[in-house]
Design a protein. Structure first.
Lengths: 311, 412, 294
């Protein structure tokens, strides 16, 4: 990028010796200390606790006996768990890519200096504010063949119109994706819009001078600049995928049959409803391992190895 | 000036201590999950009675049994328990008992002659190693069939008495353009329907062997297969929109006459009452099966162990209130269940409750609800199998039975 | 202020392109509004009408009873004051939780993005992984930790929990936003001798408006809608509004008043909705450029 004329607030200049540089960095280390403590005690502590419990026979209350891998072999023989894994993969891919595409389109279109920007933005965001317990009922009704869309279109004079995904074991997971998009695309839009609005004004002027069409600017110049925000959105959406629970409970309760079961629901059901802490924590451990093995290489390559952004 | 300040601080502190002491004598924090309109009215009966007896009822309602139980267990384990907390009759609180976290209520049970006035299997369900640890407050029948009387009259058929009959009658209802069976297509209700068929067609012994003893031989018996096949045929009796539906919406279908029958626990009455219908007039209730056997469960309260004398006295008072005949009658009228005390005069209750009372009176008709005889874990595993069978039309009875025996092996 | 203007192409007369923009936005809006439509019409119908199952139809008998009931008289156990009971509790939890978690996230993101601290990136890596664990797994051990320290069941406790669980996403959000800012700014400030805090407050924070808005949207929504943490850690005196909402809409065996459920849900979402709408004012372009040019 071209050099930007910079005027920063006047701060007393000082000599940068090695020692003073370290002393300058000290506040940064202090600032990170509380987080480090939390990570150590809460996150790592709870992760270890979870993993430990998965090797026990705990039921309602945690106990610290040792049964080896018994819970894991039970888990992998459980067809509901296997279905859950398959579903989360389908949901994850469609939901994340769908949210990113739809979110980016919405952000770009809203960025066209449209009238009623505030209204559009709120309309796309509001689903994110609503508790799924009840919006799930609204979706369930709308998708129900006897009540919603199918009935509506048939009443309009198309008696053969069929839209029965939610009651069809092969298609039900896609209705969860639709409701998920409805819920999550607005947030993706907000994050990308924040990124768009952080893009340097001069860049637009330069592009205009060069006569590059707007869409090309968005795709070839702006999108690469938005990379950090796209990553942020992807990570947030991915955590949503891993934790996917409310949506399924509100819309299908895992049905028809076990067609829309997901891992987080498996964990919840076993931790609380079925008094089977051991199997629940074993599932949580598997989820953790899956997340770590997918993300760790990326986190390592991107964040751990390169120290900061400075050469 | 300074002295005055200090004195007033002391008096304030003293007043605070003494008032909180006085409160502690009668203050009871009650954790429960009765939050819908009907349920709220029901729990109010206990609260009012307790207030009348000089206590202060601090209500802590958390909807959803799972949420409320988790909150209760967390607080008991965290050392900050409520005065009493709700569970379902059955095995949910087993471990709290063996960890010594619940108060032993044997003295109250003996003094109140629970064994004489309550159904045996309910008392057994709150007893661990000879001692009572929970107070049952009601009996819910779980295998009732609600039907729309007008729909049956219009079709010119009688409500079915047995399950094979139900299948035949349904054909006639279908011809009339009525949905024979309204079902809330969620795993719990699919399991509830299965249990109704199991006890109604298979009989109480088979029910206990399969669900209680996890007897694989029973699961491979011809009788069980018959049950499974009948249940399988019932898949064709529901409408296309059944999967995922709330039971309330299923009941609405019967209320509005779009469907003929709905299997559910007696709590479903609440939905009919809210729609202004009367038992025995617009809707009827019956138990399907050669002899009507009622699957019974219900709610209990447990009392976290404490050494605090004042809390113990409060708990004693609560036990009294819960089992007082008058509050039993009023509470259960509102809750849709029947009193756990069989010696209460129920002539003022509705037709369905009277029917239920009459059935339960004979111990031979009492069948334990699944949660009384099966661990939450096995119940869940059965539910997973049942919901797959119900929702997969081409799954054979044998394939399902295979899943059941696998669940039995795994849950041991 | 020129910098606050949305960017680029000036609004033109209705060209085919502009029409396309509006067609796309309006049809997307219709998709997004569909469930809201169902909820609004349902909340305005009496139950007898809802039982008939015409979910998309306008109410024949318009009634606002469900709304007033949801707000102030629906029973949730013994209390019959609707969801209004927990409103102030939710506000009391929300404000400190949002402020502290955003401050923590901004400082972390800044320290991670511009400063070199040994082990900081490992810290961030672990924190990021922590964001993927289902919350439910933390509940039991956290209850034990908090009851040992004696703050279990208090306002402090629930605020602390929200700040702790906000850390991963907040840190990520700010770190990645700062990663997109021109590094030259920071270097110049360093050369001018700026220290950790002075650069943060004088250079970085003024450039953070859009991301602060996103962070606020995220946290206000997450914390306002939280149910499980509030239930577990807030204590009976501080139970948030979602507990009442849940009590109204969620019942296994009870009869259901869908109109009240829908009204309660929309009422409970009002605070985040207002924040979304108001936040637009700060959703402006060119902050970075504006700050740089001073």
């Amino acid at each position: 990028m071209a050099t930007i004329p910079i005027r920063v607030p006047n701060l007393a200049a000082s000599r940068t010796t090695a020692r003073s540089r370290i002393r300058k960095r000290l506040p940064a280390a202090f600032a990170l200390l509380p987080t480090a403590l939390v990570v150590l005690v809460v996150y790592i502590g709870c992760m270890l606790w979870t993993v430990r419990l998965s090797f026990t026979s705990s039921t309602l209350l945690p106990k610290l006996d040792w049964v080896g891998l018994a819970q894991y072999s039970r888990l992998f023989a459980n067809d509901r768990f296997l279905t859950s894994v398959e579903n989360i993969a389908i949901f994850g891919v469609l939901f994340i890519s769908g949210c990113l595409i739809l979110g980016f389109l919405l952000a770009v279109f809203i960025d066209q200096n449209v009238r009623g920007e505030g209204v559009f933005r709120t309309v796309f965001l509001y689903p994110y504010a609503m508790s799924f317990v009840v919006t799930g009922v609204a979706w369930q009704w709308f998708l129900n063949p006897g009540l919603g869309l199918q009935k509506l279109v048939r009443d309009l004079g198309f008696p053969n119109f069929t839209f029965d995904w939610i009651v069809n074991q092969d298609m039900a997971i896609y209705t969860i994706v639709i409701a998920g998009l409805w819920h999550g695309a607005g947030l993706t839009m907000a994050i990308l819009l924040a990124g768009l609005r952080g893009v340097d004004e001069d860049l637009w002027k330069a592009a205009k001078v060069d006569g590059i069409p707007t869409w090309r600017v968005y795709v070839s110049i702006v999108l690469p600049l938005l990379r950090p925000m796209v990553i942020t959105a992807t990570v947030l959406l991915t955590t949503g995928v891993v934790k996917l629970y409310d949506l399924v409970v509100a819309m299908t309760l895992g049905g028809p049959g076990i067609a829309t079961e997901v891992p987080a629901k498996f964990v919840m059901d076993h931790l609380f409803e079925r008094n089977n802490i051991a199997l629940g924590t074993a599932t949580a451990t598997i989820m953790l391992i899956a997340v770590v093995s997918v993300l760790a290489p990326w986190v390592y390559a991107r964040y751990v190895r390169p120290q900061g952004r400075h050469a | 000036m300074r002295l005055k300040k200090r004195v007033s601080a002391y008096t304030l502190a003293f007043a605070f201590i003494s008032s909180s002491g006085a409160l502690a004598q009668q203050k009871a924090e009650v954790l429960h999950w009765w939050t819908s309109a009907g349920e709220s009215a029901a729990v109010r009966v206990f609260a009012d009675q307790f207030t009348k007896a000089g206590g202060t009822w601090v209500d802590n309602a958390i909807a959803g049994g799972v949420n409320a139980r988790a909150a209760g267990v967390n607080r008991i384990v965290g050392g900050n328990p409520p005065t009493m907390t709700q569970f379902n009759t059955g095995k949910q609180f087993d471990e709290l008992v063996s960890a010594g976290l619940l108060r032993d209520l044997d003295a109250q049970a003996k003094a109140g002659k629970w064994r004489e006035i309550m159904p045996k299997l309910i008392v057994d369900a709150v007893t661990r190693e000879g001692k009572a640890y929970a107070v049952p407050v009601n009996i819910h029948g779980q295998n009732w069939m609600f039907y729309n009387t007008k729909v049956f009259a219009d079709a010119g058929v009688e409500p079915p008495k047995t399950f094979p009959e139900l299948l035949q009658v349904s054909d006639k209802l279908k011809e009339k353009g009525v949905i024979p069976l309204a079902l809330g297509g969620q795993p719990t209700w699919e399991r509830n329907l299965f249990n109704a068929v199991l006890v109604g067609h298979g009989g109480p012994d088979l029910f206990r062997k399969v669900l209680g003893e996890r007897d694989q031989k029973a699961a491979k018996s011809p009788k069980f297969k018959e049950v499974v096949e009948i249940y399988g045929k019932m898949r064709g009796l529901v409408d296309q929109g059944s999967p995922g539906r709330n039971w309330n919406d299923a009941a609405s279908l019967v209320i509005t006459g779009k469907a003929a029958m709905h299997f559910n626990g007696d709590w479903a009455k609440g939905e009919f009452i809210a729609a202004g219908q009367t038992a025995g007039k617009e809707y009827g209730c019956t138990i399907v099966g050669e002899t009507p056997r009622e699957i019974i469960g219900g709610d209990v309260f447990v009392f976290p162990a404490t050494k605090d004398k004042a809390q113990l006295a409060t708990q004693d008072k609560l036990v009294e209130v819960l089992l007082d005949p008058a509050s039993q009658l009023e509470f259960n009228k509102k809750k849709g269940s029947i009193p756990v005390r069989m010696d209460v005069d129920i002539s003022s209750m509705d037709a369905c409750a009277q029917k239920s009372h009459a059935v339960v009176k004979d111990p031979a008709n009492q069948v334990e609800a699944q949660e009384l005889i099966s661990t939450p874990n096995f119940t869940g595993a059965m539910q997973d199998a049942i919901t797959q069978y119900w929702n997969t039309p081409n799954m054979s009875a044998d394939a399902f039975i295979e899943k059941v025996t696998a669940a039995m092996r795994d849950a041991s | 202020m020129n910098a606050a203007q949305p960017q680029g192409r000036r609004p033109r007369r209705l060209t085919p392109g502009r029409i396309g923009v509006y067609v796309f936005l309006i049809s997307a809006a219709l998709f997004f509004l569909l469930p809201l439509w169902i909820m609004v019409v349902t909340s305005l119908k009496p139950m007898e009408e809802i039982r008939l199952g015409n979910i998309l139809a306008l109410p024949q008998m318009l009634t606002f009873e469900a709304w007033s009931k949801a707000w102030s008289s629906a029973c949730t156990g013994l209390e019959c004051h609707g969801i209004s009971v927990g409103f102030w509790n939710s506000v009391r939890i929300l404000i400190p939780s949002v402020i502290f978690s955003i401050i923590a996230g901004a400082i972390n993101g800044y320290a991670l993005s511009f400063w070199r601290v040994k082990g900081a990136n490992i810290l961030f890596g672990v924190l990021l992984l922590g964001a993927f664990i289902p919350y439910q797994v933390f509940l039991y051990p956290l209850v034990r930790i908090f009851s040992m320290t004696g703050i279990y069941n208090s306002l402090t406790c629930i605020v602390l929990v929200h700040v702790i669980f906000g850390l991963p996403t907040m840190t990520l959000l700010f770190r990645n936003y700062y990663a997109g800012l021109p590094i030259e700014l920071f270097k110049a400030a360093r050369i001018d001798g700026g220290g950790f805090w002075s650069i943060f407050f004088q250079v970085i924070l003024p450039m953070s408006t859009p991301i602060l808005v996103v962070a606020t949207i995220l946290q206000v929504t997450g914390i306002w809608n939280d149910f499980i943490f509030g239930l577990t850690f807030a204590g009976r005196e501080n139970l948030p509004m979602t507990v009442q909402l849940n009590n109204i809409v969620h019942s296994t065996q009870g009869e259901r008043a869908y109109n009240v459920d829908m009204a309660a849900t929309m009422l409970a979402a009002l605070v985040p909705l207002v924040i979304y709408f108001v936040s637009g004012r700060w959703f402006v372009r060119g902050i970075a450029a504006g700050a740089v040019k001073g």
